[in-house]
Design a binder for this molecule. Sequence first.
Ligand SMILES: [Fe+2]
Ligand SMILES: [Fe+2]
Length: 325
Amino acid sequence: MPKLTAVDQRLENKLKELYASHIQRTTKIDWSYHNLIPWERGRNFKTDPWHPSQATISPELAVAVETALLTEVNLPWFTAGLTDIFSGSLEVLQDFVRTWTSEEDQHSNILETYLLVTRNIDPDRLHHLRKAVVRGAWTPGEASPFEGMAYTSIQELSTQAFYISVAKKADGEDPVLAHILRTIAKDETLHYAFYREAVKAHLELNPNYVWPLCDVLTNFFMPGHLMPNFHERQLIMSLGANYGIAAYYNNVVDVLVRIWDIKNLHPTYPEAQAALKRLNRYLDRLARVAAAQQRLGTPETARKAAIDLLGYDSTQQDGTEALAG
Ligand SMILES: [Fe+2]
Ligand SMILES: [Fe+2]
């Protein structure tokens, strides 16, 4: 049987409805991001150069925010990739990508402004990293329109779960940052909702879509995985900022499997039935890895790795130890 990879044309009206409801919901979002930045903390870098001792948040929280920023700055290539994936497909998907881009465009902007104004990052290092990531030009690669929707559902929900986890960490360190992170998470929730419902509508029409869906779920990598020090970042975030494989399993994969009701689908293609079995094995393995990862390290391991990654010197270590308490 051929794999189902195209968007089902019968869903054009459904996708238009989803897009209209997205637009309606975004009109209620406050885009005055300039009001969220604590400008009163800003100082001139020329007369008052940056030094690690000026940081006000813990190194592991700074790594988490920097990692989010570096993921968001890849936007030109996400847009290029999705435009490619949906080219020749329904116009409403192209419309959604344009709207989505205009919303995502705010995210790296506010994170970078926050980090610079509050001096929670070395500005030189940040700008070099930013340039390197954009130059890296990561795209989702070759994918069909249905796989593109499935991938983006997972990615948007992961991003939302990430922002909410990191916001919880920020609550105890800088409530202004926590509010910024929760504001971004609202956008990610709406993006996730669009793609999640689009995928669900396909599964309802034909459960054999579960075959490409399982392939995407079991091969998923976050888009940032090519950025410098990605593995160290993952370790730091899982131990020091509440976001690791356990959070990914509980807040993303498990949620999607239930919302898409994957375990109760009855595909007729043998390949789709085999894909479901593969998914079950993957879920068992992921649950075991999530449990093991929580026993792996300590918040101190994360702190040390974060100080190293941010380029704070060893004398700074004592100062920053006091920050997060
Ligand atoms: Fe975003
Ligand atoms: Fe998003």
